[in-house]
Design a binder for this molecule. Structure first.
Ligand code: 13P
Length: 256
């Protein structure tokens, strides 16, 4: 993590977990544990928990984000939520392109690009998720896959808007499996992503970009992953549902 050049961001992706009452309790439990954090602390909750989480986080250093948004502002899109709906309730950040959205809900690089542009146009900050599947890593095409995902997702995004983009490198084979990428593997791909962004924009944009690692990051392995020069934070699933574990990761980012 290079804190002189960029912001360290530890984000919890709660996925489809917690009722509003449970969300309130979890934010309240996290609050005192992260109050001295030297990094951005974010919890991305299910849509129905956003209001409760925002209320529980009020006056603290915990930010609250969403896990997806649609590319239209309104209309006949049953079950979807738009970026202006999120901003209207005070939500500033949204995760887009998570591999579970790609795998189970038919998201493509193109729809991720549309959603990303819509979120940026609404003034939001985006955590763009990219990552290779196990067979792609075994075929030796991790770099190509991740580069393509980044390039398509960022089509039409200006250099100025890049200040509101965070990229999360999440190897699909490491998500929820307990199989973490080694710190060297994580750093290698995060570095590659930075070079792609340097090619698309310029060196300063690439150097200022926060790139997170995600995939079975936990209280035990976080410090080593976050010590890598190109790993600027974490997007954490399972371990973000336990206040103490999440706080240990925030501490590792603070000290790293
Ligand atoms: P786990 O930390 O549960 O592997 O999930 C990672 C993830 O998908 C975060 O977005």
């Amino acid at each position: 993590m290079n804190k002189t050049l960029r912001r360290a961001v530890i984000a919890g992706n709660w996925k489809m977990n917690k009722t509003p009452a449970e969300a309130k309790a979890l934010v309240e439990a996290i609050r005192p544990l992260v109050k001295d954090a030297g990094c951005t602390v974010l919890v991305c909750t299910p849509f129905v928990d956003l209001a409760a989480a925002l209320q529980a986080a009020e006056g603290s250093n915990i930010e609250v984000g969403a896990q997806n948004c649609h590319f239209e502002a309104s209309g006949a899109f049953t079950g979807e939520i738009s970026a202006p709906m999120l901003t209207s309730m005070g939500i500033r950040t949204v995760i887009l392109g998570h591999s579970e959205r790609r795998q189970y809900f038919g998201e493509t690089d193109q729809t991720v690009n549309l959603r990303l542009k819509a979120a940026l146009a609404a003034g939001m900050q985006v955590i763009l998720c990219v990552g290779e599947k196990l067979e792609e890593r075994e075929e030796g095409i991790t770099g190509e896959i991740v580069s393509m995902q980044v390039k398509i997702a960022l089509q039409g995004v200006s250099k100025e808007e890049m200040a509101r983009v965070i990229i999360a490198y999440e190897p699909v084979w490491a998500i929820g499996t307990g199989k973490t990428a080694t710190s060297a593997q994580a750093n290698e791909v995060c570095h590659e992503i930075r070079e792609v962004v340097a090619g698309l924009y310029d060196r300063a944009t690439a150097d200022g970009l926060t790139i997170q690692y995600g995939g079975s990051m936990n209280a035990k392995n976080a410090a080593e992953l976050l010590a890598q020069p190109d790993v600027d934070g974490g997007l954490i699933g399972g371990a973000s549902l336990k206040a103490e574990d999440f706080a240990v990761i925030v501490k590792a980012a603070t000290e790293g």
